[in-house]
Design a protein around this ligand. Sequence first.
Ligand SMILES: [Zn+2]
Length: 122
Amino acid sequence: MKKKSIIKSILQLKCPHCRTGDLFTNPGLFKYSKMLDMPEHCAHCGQKYEIEPGFWIGALWTSYPIIVLIITPFIIAAVTMVNINVWFLAAALVLTMLIFFPLTLRLGRAIWIYIFVRYKND
Ligand SMILES: [Zn+2]
């Protein structure tokens, strides 16, 4: 069986063990309802998602760089553009963060679990 790409599997929020089952009950990067609802186990291979109590707290470490990537253009704009309205920039930043909120949470969790669970191609 052909090995599935790790990047593609993370972006599709697939199980790290089989890369087939969905990590979230409501799959997709921009889902605003049931944002963090995950099944206990993978529907395809049975991999347990919450490996230990409090496991997902560590996903803050993988969400943080994603948030930095989103915020960086706003910081560059604030520093380099002289005549930019600060309130417009702040509103645009808040709106952008609200739009990307589910993406940062879900991708952070996906990257976090991919660090600990190895792929088994079967
Ligand atoms: Zn699986």
